[in-house]
Design a protein. Structure first.
Length: 201
């Protein structure tokens, strides 16, 4: 099965390599730490071999497990390993960036970078919003999210609020989060984060 998977990915890479600028709907499958990543684009996928990256253009989408990243253009940067398949390590998104998983979503991004090794996002835009259940974190500049640490940081006229329960304004706000699946008091089936504490600077 692993051999068949590697052959499939290799064939896809070879298919992409025949043209510097493919047209029409295209799908590329890569990997990160053994997990598949699917990248789709309506206008085509380019392979820049010397720069070790793929560029997907036109309503581009990247899927990894429950994570979805969409934008006008997506760059997938990879590292070569002679003994294993190439690993996608960085995703760069530009234009109408939208990021979503089962627990949260980020809207309003102009550009974003996702470091897959560190599970770290940084998103830039003028009307950024991170939403998890009823909690919202907004910024007119930058939102960062450290997935493994469950920390979100908004910089630039930041605001954190939850309906009519609270509103906090600062130049920089830091959310410390708790994954609700780890909270014994949560109702079954509820997904998202709970706010453990908020730091304002």
């Amino acid at each position: 099965m692993a051999k068949n998977k590697k052959i499939r990915i290799l064939l896809l890479i070879l298919f992409v390599s025949f043209s510097d600028n493919l047209t029409g709907q295209q799908l590329f499958t890569g990997t990160n730490n053994g997990s598949p990543i699917e990248i789709f684009a309506e206008d085509g996928i380019e392979w820049h071999k010397n720069k070790k990256k793929y560029i997907a253009r036109g309503n581009a989408k990247a899927n990894k497990a429950d994570l979805l990243v969409t934008s006008d253009v997506l760059e997938a940067i990879y590292e070569d390993d002679n003994d294993t398949e190439s690993e996608i390590t960085i995703l760069k998104a530009s234009g109408n960036v939208f990021i979503k998983n089962q627990k949260a979503q980020i809207l309003g991004g102009n550009i974003a970078t996702y470091n897959l090794k560190k599970e770290y996002f940084i998103v830039n835009g003028r009307k950024l919003e991170l939403i998890s259940n009823e909690d919202r974190l907004t910024s007119n500049s930058t939102i960062e999210f450290w997935k493994n640490e469950n920390i979100a940081i908004a910089t630039g006229k930041a605001k954190a609020y939850k309906n009519n329960k609270y509103s906090i304004f600062a130049d920089k706000l830091v959310w410390h989060l708790i994954d609700e699946k780890e909270n014994d008091n949560k109702s079954k089936g509820n997904q998202g984060y709970q706010i453990k504490k908020i730091l304002a600077y």
